[in-house]
Design a protein around this ligand. Structure first.
Ligand SMILES: [Zn+2]
Length: 278
């Protein structure tokens, strides 16, 4: 098993299995590799299970076969320089034609695609909010506007002042996922928590939201594909490049050894006697 070891001034050891299937181990500065690998062996079944789950989840995502392809509303589009003079990008079926001046380098083209996608996202997000806001009733009056951000760990949020923030990378995922996140955030205009009353409202407004949310989980890996960090947003890929790659050899007997009883609950281990914060 290959894992990335990231040491920092933390007090506990943890394992993260990212959507791309990468195993990242975060450890205190002084924990020995022997202790770290003992911990990994004891959690091997759990880790292998999560890596397999991530692979299954990724299999619902179409595979990019060309550098010009990008994810858009759950499918793949491909950008191409237009042979005719164009002032702005124009979509034609699965192709996004870009003015030739915007395709001088792949990076230029990528930025032009990102700008186009951001405008598409804004239009779609506004449309979905307008469609579902009336169902919220009076609390809908608290809606204070839409903000869009590039985020690596969140799809959306709703502030107590009524501002809804949506991850502009949501435009890469299927429409059902986008709609479900929008409705989820609108429900927060009524309930600023995830308690039973929130869940009931969410289910009433969108009876199929659980399926959509599960699908969205599967699409998590497109948050970092391609790793576009033009505005300084940290993507998971960026974080993955920190640390040191190591290989852990697991002998058959160790892999079959029963995992520790709490391994199913949490991948956090208590090495220094301090409980990890949640
Ligand atoms: Zn929420």
């Amino acid at each position: 098993m290959i894992y990335r070891l990231v040491r920092s001034r933390r007090r506990t050891l943890s394992v993260e299995i990212h959507a791309a299937g990468t195993v990242v181990v975060r450890s205190p500065m002084r924990t020995s590799v022997a202790d770290i690998e003992h911990f990994l062996r004891s959690r091997f079944d759990w880790i292998a299970g999560k890596v397999a789950q991530a692979a299954t989840a990724r299999s619902v995502i179409p595979v990019r076969s060309h550098a010009n392809e990008f994810y858009h509303r759950g499918g793949l589009l491909r950008w191409e320089p237009s042979s005719e003079p164009l002032r702005t990008p124009r979509r034609h079926a699965d192709t996004l034609l870009l003015p030739a001046s915007l395709t001088a380098t792949p990076l230029h083209a990528q930025k032009a695609v990102a700008r186009w996608q951001r405008r598409e996202a804004e239009g779609l997000f506004e449309e979905l909010i307008a469609r579902h806001l009336p169902a919220i009733g009076l609390p809908g009056l608290r809606y204070a506007g839409l903000r869009m951000r590039k985020m690596s760990r969140r799809w959306g949020s709703c502030s107590s002042s009524g501002t809804i923030t949506l991850n502009e990378y949501l435009i890469r995922t299927p429409d059902a996922c986008i709609e479900s996140v929008v409705v989820h955030e609108l429900c927060h205009l009524v309930h600023l928590h995830h308690g039973p009353t929130f869940r009931e409202l969410n289910l009433t407004l969108m009876p199929w939201h659980r399926e959509a949310d599960a699908l969205l989980d599967a699409w998590t890996s497109v948050l970092s594909d391609p790793p576009e960090t033009t505005n300084g947003a940290r993507s998971p890929v960026h974080q993955d490049t920190v640390g040191e790659m190591r290989t852990l050899t697991i002998r058959q007997a160790e892999a079959l050894a029963p995992s520790l009883s709490n391994a199913e609950v949490s991948a956090e281990a208590i090495i220094s006697g301090v409980r990890p914060s949640i």
